[in-house]
Design a protein around this ligand. Structure first.
Ligand code: SF4
Length: 199
C-alpha cells in the first residue's frame, strides 16, 4: 500500500511546504486519507487509452456529470494541465466489500472520499492556492442517481473524476517511484487516488 513514508521533493519556488501537507493529511485522515505527495504536473501521465476503459466496460459512461463524455476531451485536459505547474496526489486506503454493488454502503464510502477531497481543495484555496481544483477518485455518488443530463443537484461539489481526465494513475505512480497493487478480492484493502491541481 502507498503510505506517507516520505514527501517527494518538489523543486519549484511555488512549491508547497511540508508543514501544510501535514495539516492537509490531518484534515483528510478521518476520510481515509493516508498520504499526500506534492508532484509536478509534468509527472502526470495522460493517455488516450484511459478513455477506452471509460467508454467500453464501465457502466457509468454517459450517466454521470463527473465521467465522460460530460468531462473535458483529451486535448482540453492537456491544455488545462499546462496551466498548472504542480499538483497534490492524495492517496487513501479503504476496504469496501460492496465495491461492485450499487448500494448505500458503497455510496457512503464514495461520498466520504469525495467530500474529503473537496474539503482539502477548499483548505488550499483559503491558504492562497486560488487555482486549486480537484480531480476525484471514482465518480460522484452524492445523489442516489446522478441527474445527468439534467442539471446537477450539487454543482458546487461537482468535479471530474481522475479517470475522466484520461490520467494513467498506475503509470503516474510508477513514474513517481511509488507502487500499489490491484486488489484481487473485494475483501482486500485498496488504495484510491485523487489529484488537486495547484499553482
Ligand atoms: S451531485 Fe448528483 S447530479 Fe451532480 S454530479 Fe453528483 S451525482 Fe450527479
Amino acid at each position: 500500500m502507498v503510505e506517507q513514508k516520505k514527501v517527494i521533493p518538489f523543486k519549484d519556488d511555488a512549491g508547497i511546504s511540508y508543514e501544510l501537507t501535514q495539516r492537509l493529511l490531518k484534515r483528510g485522515r478521518p476520510n481515509g486519507l493516508s498520504a499526500v505527495f506534492p508532484i509536478s504536473t509534468q509527472q502526470i501521465i495522460v493517455a488516450d487509452w484511459v478513455h477506452l476503459k471509460c467508454r467500453y466496460g464501465c457502466n457509468k459512461y454517459n450517466t454521470n456529470w463527473t465521467c465522460p463524455p460530460a468531462t473535458p476531451s483529451s486535448e482540453k485536459v492537456k491544455s488545462i494541465l499546462g496551466e498548472y505547474s504542480m499538483a497534490l496526489l492524495l492517496v487513501g486506503s479503504k476496504n469496501c466489500t460492496d465495491f461492485y454493488m450499487n448500494n448505500g454502503r458503497k455510496r457512503v464510502s464514495q461520498v466520504r472520499c469525495w467530500k474529503g477531497t473537496i474539503s482539502i481543495e477548499r483548505m488550499l484555496f483559503l491558504e492562497g492556492y486560488y487555482k486549486a481544483f480537484s480531480l476525484v477518485g471514482e465518480c460522484c455518488a452524492l445523489c442516489k442517481e446522478c441527474a445527468y443530463p439534467e442539471d446537477c443537484r450539487f454543482p458546487q461539489e461537482k468535479r471530474p473524476s481522475v479517470e475522466s481526465f484520461g490520467i494513467d494513475v498506475i503509470g503516474t505512480l510508477k513514474k513517481l517511484g511509488l507502487t500499489t497493487r490491484v486488489a484481487t478480492s473485494n475483501h482486500q484493502d485498496y488504495n484510491y487516488f485523487a489529484i488537486i491541481l495547484l499553482e
